[in-house]
Design a protein around this ligand. Structure first.
Ligand code: CTP
Length: 445
């Protein structure tokens, strides 16, 4: 019996896949298909899959061409599989020509002609077709435009900025200082205007029927925040916080581990986010163009606090050192929270520097995320007996921004708000900023 093996993602199974499976099957008597796991695809930079693993497996099975299916989970697995199943032929589409020659040592490698004119990427792009507009003067400083290129079916079509005379490389990009003109052209917007303008920009976009991804905080008061979520719900639109860390796999997994008791009961969450890069303390800097430390960093720093301990704290104390109180620019701010059975603290600064780590203290051990924790691809579970320590690594491409965009596009497709940042967490973040702005529960140094 001649055994043939082939591998692929098989997202949105199309006739190109079916033809390949037919050709592979015809090479022998028994066809094994390796379908990539969602995590493995993510590590290979394939972030766009529309269908989860089980749906992709089902579709491959339903072709009736396959005798056995395996899940491909790691680099090097092909060699393992070939040995384990006693495979005679490894077959793959010609787009991989030369890439698998190393398998000739284990079996016969055959590159089959690829069907022209179709791919999962094209089907996805056809399905999605999401035109996004960017709002705010900081758009050129964000990595958003570049990162959107990695997401199938998403296109940045315009920018609304008061610096509308700026020349862009892309001639097709609309650059305007009139938000209404931008809103006419797009299905969704990414709002990165100054925080005090978020509410107004988000509201305008929602009322125009556009989905919104907005840098956190999405408003300056809880009342406004509630209103925005209400408009979004009434109009069946997606409103999402853009905190890129929330979309990193490592961060997502560490929150799950903390919540499932792997370090015992969580007693304390302590996060630090600082950066001097923005130069707010430099001589002669125009502070009116700058985000303060609170708006720049607190949403990120607060994320693990609210996602692990919840939003119902008993008490908080904000201690801040202003650079310019009138301009509402804090150099450094520390917030201490007391919960019924635990505590939390955040330190944020744009004019002071500290180790940017995240530590989650539990009754049995702790989770340690090294600096800069907000670009997490690695963390450790640490215990008294260091032999029990565990290390975790998850590939992070584009600091999480491209996953954030994928998640935004998927949320729009399914009309289900994303599972990453809940409305409660989004609104709790707004409340902290609101209290800071109103100098509530605050000690000034
Ligand atoms: N394949 C093919 N002809 C196509 C598309 C895919 O023969 N038009 C083959 C690939 O060469 C591979 C298998 O089908 O052997 C599974 O490919 P996969 O990567 O899952 O499909 P793509 O459509 O290429 O996906 P994407 O656009 O996401 O890269």
């Amino acid at each position: 019996m001649t055994k043939v093996i082939t591998y692929g993602t098989y997202d949105l199974l199309h006739y190109g896949h079916i033809r390949l499976l037919e050709r592979a099957k015809a090479l022998g008597d028994y066809l094994i298909v390796g379908v990539t796991s969602d995590d493995y695809d993510k590590t290979r930079g394939k972030i766009n899959n529309t269908q989860p693993l089980m749906d992709r497996i089902r579709a491959v099975k339903e072709t009736g061409l396959v005798d056995e299916i395996v899940v491909e989970e790691y680099d090097g697995q092909k060699i393992d599989d070939i040995r384990k199943f006693g495979v005679d032929i490894f077959a793959i589409g010609s787009d991989w020509k030369g890439k698998f020659d190393y398998l000739n040592e284990y079996c016969n490698v055959i590159y089959l002609p690829r069907t022209e004119g179709i791919s999962s990427s094209e089907v996805r792009a056809e399905q999605r077709k999401l035109n996004i507009g960017l709002i705010g003067n900081a758009v050129f400083k964000t990595k958003f435009i570049n990162e959107a290129k990695y997401v199938n079916g998403v296109e940045i079509v315009g920018i609304c900025t008061s610096q509308a005379d700026i020349k862009t490389e892309n001639e097709n990009l609309l650059v305007t200082d009139k938000i209404d003109i931008l809103l006419e052209r797009v299905d969704a917007v990414y709002v990165v205007s100054k925080p005090e303008k978020h509410y107004q920009d988000v509201k305008k976009a929602l009322l125009a029927g556009k989905h919104v991804l907005c840098e956190s905080p999405i408003a300056f008061s809880q009342e406004q925040c509630l209103e925005l979520y209400q408009i979004a719900a009434e109009k069946n639109l997606i409103l999402m916080d853009a905190i890129k860390t929330a979309y990193s796999t490592a961060y997502e997994r560490l929150v799950l581990l903390a919540k499932t008791g792997s370090i015992g009961d969580v007693i304390s969450v302590d996060s630090v986010c600082t950066s001097l890069r923005d130069g707010i303390a430099a001589e002669g800097v125009d502070l009116s163009t700058k985000w303060n430390s609170m708006c720049g960093w607190a949403p990120v720093a607060l994320l693990p606090v609210f996602q692990i301990l919840g939003v119902n704290y008993n008490k908080k104390v904000i201690t801040t050192k202003f650079l310019d109180e009138e301009a509402n620019i804090d150099a450094f701010t520390k917030i201490d929270f007391t919960y019924p059975g635990s505590v939390a603290s955040i330190k944020v600064a744009k004019a002071a520097k500290a180790e940017g780590e995240l530590v989650i203290t539990g009754t049995k051990g702790y989770i340690y995320v090294p600096a800069p924790w907000w670009k997490t691809d690695y963390f450790e579970l640490r215990f008294e007996d260091s032999a029990e320590n565990r290390r975790f690594f998850y590939q992070l491409d584009g600091e999480g921004i491209r996953y954030e965009i994928v998640s935004f596009a998927k949320a729009i497709e399914s009309r289900k708000n994303n599972r990453y940042i809940s409305e409660q967490v989004s609104s709790a973040i707004v409340k902290i900023i609101e209290d800071f702005n109103n100098r509530k529960d605050i000690i000034t140094l």
